[in-house]
Design a protein around this ligand. Sequence first.
Ligand SMILES: Cc1ncc(COP(=O)(O)O)c(C=O)c1O
Length: 388
Amino acid sequence: MSGAEIRHIPFGRPWITADDRKAVMQVLEGHILTHGPQCRDFESEFAAFLGDGAHCVSVSSCMAALHMAYLHFGIGLGDEVIVPAQTHTATAHAVEWAGAKPIFVDCDLATGNLTADAIAASITPRTRAISVVHFLGIPCDMPAIMAIAERHGLRVIEDCALAVGARFAGGHVGLFGDVGCFSFYPVKHITTGEGGMFVTRHLAVAEAVARLRAFGVDRTHTERGVPGMYDVPTLGLNYRMSEMQAALGRSQLRRIGVNLEQRQANFGSLKQTLKELSDIRILDARNRDAESSHYCLSVVLGDRLSAGRNEVVARLNAAGIGTSVYYPQPVPRMSYYRNKYGYSADAFRGAAQISDRSVALPVGPHVTADDTKYIADKLRSLLMEVKR
Ligand SMILES: Cc1ncc(COP(=O)(O)O)c(C=O)c1O
């Protein structure tokens, strides 16, 4: 690799193969574009991948799944839901749309996740649910969190948007709590363009949410004795996934094993090279029972480098290395939440440190072993310059 070489390594790139294209084209060559067998098969194949009695409902996005979780459990006005301060805004928006109040809780600095202790300290008589996010695919300590939830009679909604393949003590995330919500947005582990999966161990919950997702009608197309005839016993939404999306998702899911292996290998070699650098730390699983899904590798700059984060980003980008920031601000610092609830800017120090000082590096299957070496070399040399 010559010193002057500039590569082009995007932060995320959907991995679309000829098989994926063929799967989507086959749907288009038929006549069933929604309400069909692709969605049903995607749901059962995703359930088989998760294991442990999972029931899956394909949906239009992870946020749709989160929203329906609160609607289904009747969590709304006057209720509080514990939400991580360090997350995507969708985690909190779903609570807001349901009419409940998000109670933001700061994260653990090593993992970016909520801890059981921090959750316990934020429970009030109004708390109805705990929303946990497996930050960057690093699983939360679900047994400890479930113990608290059970003690207080709280629902647990797992936001697994970055966590396809993440496990705790062998169990896939999304199946510890009442509900798990997955995202298939383009840069996620698998994609359907837009899309998501509502996951639960409880058949009755899956059946009710499947109706909620489709206007609240009482029977699917195949269940209608007279075509076009149905009743609407409950209020519903249209949060369905299309057949083209489901066909793409099924085809993508077939490669999830190799996808996760490549992420793990890229993450491992980047981490190995970067760990000799002082003044940075890498967000990663700390618990020996936790298996990350390695969505990306997020480097948090230490005190001496902290003011130089945007310079680090600019230099990496100039070297052709795509980056991102997970997440750009703690959610309570975003204008909508700050204006509504009046949180002070320095209230969530752990989450703020990650937002203000971190750089997320690519580890997806589009990144080669040679690319990880290039990324590590560039980061190492530019950190020396930024420090001076
Ligand atoms: C933690 C988390 N939750 C929810 C979402 C929203 O996912 P979707 O775009 O599928 O609604 C995202 C998106 O990146 C996310 O990172």
